[in-house]
Design a protein around this ligand. Structure first.
Ligand SMILES: Cc1cc2nc3c(=O)[nH]c(=O)nc-3n(C[C@H](O)[C@H](O)[C@H](O)COP(=O)(O)OP(=O)(O)OC[C@H]3O[C@@H](n4cnc5c(N)ncnc54)[C@H](O)[C@@H]3O)c2cc1C
Length: 404
């Protein structure tokens, strides 16, 4: 029996790496987390929305800055679609630094080790394990493990080193933290239109202590050479909305990638990708924390067995992940198809028409009944099936869904 320094090495101590390390260390495995930065949770590029199911998983309620009951969504010409119910919690807004630190702390309390200022430089596969060369605090160190987990974010070293493909879409997100915005308590706001966020939307999210996060996201091809900052400026100066932003003072700004669309090869011999590294963010909201948590949770039981038995060949890992992760990929593909059809591939004129339909009381009732941030596909399908104005899109959707 070959001996290893660790059972599992997790590259990246973000929320998903931290969660995976916790779940595996809790089962008694020797787990090492490598984090390239000197601190957990910095720099952060995130609106901080955490769904109730992801929050329940980690019980990090003390990191919550605000609770949100719904979204006030604005069409390009200003049609308002309020989604949510006063007093019914839809999502949390967290301090990402404290959230990430708490998740990593849970891993350490379960026995996982953390090396800060540490990144892998090279990895060699052997029959019995992985030999990893690490630059750590200015020194070179070598460790061996049974399984290497890449939870190292959008530009994953693990994914590139083992040539595991690319996420289908790479959205660019931009966000500022401001004071002086007057919003409705417990509601976030969303703005749409080609000037503001081509194909996607902008957001204003309450982030506690009188501050708000104003951001937007889009893709490079949809931006057609414009910078994401210029779209942000167009939101702030927009004739319909500028009154709302005239008293804001910016205190910070961030820009970051949102990889969405599961990569072709999420596993290889003794290597597994999780979270942003695997392209798990939702195509509809950009949320990546919940899907990353689900991705590890849904394979945990067979994975624990396979690590115990050191059966971690590519075939073993594929067998463990194939069914649950293919289901996640299918759901992601369907959500993207419906998003493109109803929002992303529409001109402002068509989007305005859709918003007028969304705002109709019977459609709003349907949205509030079926709408779920975590599962957008059932709502998209219900809209196409049950709203007469969307029926012409149903055939197109059917064809695209069949081909997706
Ligand atoms: C503007 C914006 C807003 C967003 N808003 C939300 C939101 O509201 N809700 C939501 O759920 N998601 C949101 N996201 C997406 C979310 O931030 C990510 O999906 C989430 O952070 C993914 O977690 P992760 O652990 O997979 O990766 P990351 O959070 O990126 O963590 C990866 C970790 O790996 C480390 N690392 C990277 N490379 C190496 C290396 N070679 N060696 C060692 N360590 C390494 C990094 O330093 C980092 O700590 C947003 C993204 C953007 C850009």
């Amino acid at each position: 029996m070959a001996s290893h320094d660790y059972d599992v090495v997790v590259v990246g101590a973000g929320p998903v790496g931290g969660r995976a390390a916790h779940l595996l260390a809790e089962k008694g495995f020797r787990v090492l987390m490598l984090e390239e930065h000197a601190e957990i949770g910095r720099p952060f590029q995130c609106a901080g929305l955490v769904t109730p199911s992801a929050m329940d998983a980690v019980q990090a309620h003390h990191t919550v800055l605000e609770e949100v009951d719904g979204a006030l969504i604005h069409g390009p010409s200003g049609t308002l679609v309020p989604v949510g119910t006063e007093g019914t919690l839809r999502t949390y807004v967290v301090c990402r630094k404290r959230f990430d630190q708490f998740v990593v702390q849970q891993a350490m309390e379960s026995g996982a080790e953390l090396w800060l200022h540490s990144s892998p430089e090279d990895a060699k596969m052997t029959e019995a394990g992985v030999e990893l060369h690490i630059a750590s605090e200015g020194e070179h160190r070598k460790v061996t493990c049974k399984l290497l987990v890449g939870a190292d974010g959008a530009h994953s070293w693990t994914r590139r080193t083992f040539k595991m493909g690319r996420p289908k879409e790479l959205m660019i997100g931009f966000q500022t933290e401001v004071v002086g915005y007057e919003g409705r308590d417990r509601w976030l706001e969303m703005y749409s239109g080609q000037d503001i966020a081509p194909g996607f939307f902008a957001w204003v999210i309450p982030s506690g202590f009188g501050s708000h996060r104003i951001g937007l996201w889009s893709t490079a091809d949809r931006l057609e050479g414009r910078s994401i900052e210029s779209c942000y400026q167009d939101l702030i100066d927009h004739p319909l909305w500028r009154d709302r932003f005239e008293n804001v003072t910016e205190v910070a700004r961030y820009c970051g990638p949102v990889p969405s669309g599961m990569v072709k090869r999420t596993v290889k011999h003794r290597v597994m990708l999780l979270g942003d590294a695997a392209g798990m963010a939702k195509p509809t909201t950009g949320g990546g924390i919940g899907p990353g948590f689900h991705q590890i949770q849904c394979v945990l039981e067979p994975l624990v067995k396979a690590i115990s038995e050191n059966r971690l060949t590519e075939a073993d890992l594929k067998q463990i992940t194939k069914k649950p992760w293919e289901a996640m990929k299918r759901e992601q593909d369907r959500a993207r198809t419906l998003r493109n059809l109803l929002v992303s591939d529409c001109s402002d004129q068509t989007l305005d028409k859709h918003f007028r339909t969304f705002a109709h009381p019977s459609t709003l009732e349907l949205i509030n009944e079926i709408g779920d941030i975590e599962k957008p596909v059932p709502l998209g399908m219900a809209l196409l099936r049950q709203v007469p104005a969307f029926r012409p899109l149903a055939l197109k959707a059917g064809v695209r869904l069949l081909l997706s």
